[in-house]
Design a protein around this ligand. Structure first.
Ligand SMILES: [Zn+2]
Length: 249
């Protein structure tokens, strides 16, 4: 391993911020430089020979750590990138209300459901009904939302309708847990929030030093996925996210 280059504590903070995935501008601000000209400070610092040497040294250390089992932060990013959102939410096609209704008419779950709909109709002032007829129960009862669509259905012709299902969180893999940012009750139902996989991928690429490896290219113009694949092809021994097997501790 290289010997430690001598850099100031401010420069060390700048290096830390870069390794944590910040851009040069953000890193300059985090290291305590004036935000007003952080962009030019950042681009000057990133060309500084001592800083570059320190970055190189730290990245070599990082590559070693990745080989041995990954730093905690990077392994979280890797989990995120590998996570399959279908473990958390699935969309399946299920029967519509007309699939199994008698004579192809709307099918109710129970008599109570029908009576409630009828009562609601009767409570609605005539003007607000906008010409709608009262609901009928001629399609019968017994609707079950999990049944397969009926190919003979006059309404959906076997297409059914999408049903979104939230999976049991107790069954989630560590990757899916890393991807899940939380669940919120809204007036339209549950809202599932995911953490940003693209950002995680960009962070991994930045951590591996891909963005500043090709001089002349700016971070934002650089496609992180292409860069990551290229780099992993070059350094096959430190390819943490492309293996098929899990890499959990
Ligand atoms: Zn149908």
């Amino acid at each position: 391993m290289n010997s430690e280059p001598r850099i100031s504590s401010k420069h060390a903070l700048f290096v830390e911020a870069l390794l944590a995935g910040k851009s040069a501008t953000q890193a300059a601000i985090q290291a305590g430089y004036a935000p007003s000209n952080a962009a030019s400070t950042g681009s000057r610092l990133i060309r500084n020979a001592n800083i570059r040497a320190e970055l190189q040294r730290r990245r070599e250390m990082s590559a070693e750590q990745l080989k041995m089992g990954a730093t905690q932060v990077v392994s979280e990013w890797v989990k995120l990138v590998r996570a399959d959102p279908r473990e958390i939410v699935t969309v399946t096609r299920v029967c519509c209300r007309y699939c199994y209704g008698q004579s192809g008419l709307y099918q109710w779950r129970t008599p109570e459901e029908y009576e409630e709909a009828l009562a609601c109709y009767l409570r609605t002032p005539e003007k607000a009904r906008s010409g709608r007829l009262p609901p009928t129960n001629e399609g019968g009862y017994g609707y079950r939302s999990r049944r397969k669509p009926n190919e003979e259905c006059p309404n959906c012709e076997g297409e059914g309708q999408p049903e979104i299902m939230l999976r049991d969180f107790a069954q989630l893999s560590p990757n899916a847990i890393a991807l899940l940012d939380g669940v919120k009750q809204t007036r339209f139902g549950l809202e599932v929030k995911f953490r940003d996989r693209d950002a995680a991928l960009a962070n991994i690429a930045r951590h591996l030093g891909m963005f500043d490896a090709d001089s002349g290219r700016k971070d934002e113009q650089h496609d992180p996925l292409t860069a990551l694949i290229k780099s992993l092809q070059k350094r096959s021994s430190t390819a943490p996210i492309m293996t098929g097997k899990e890499n959990e501790q």
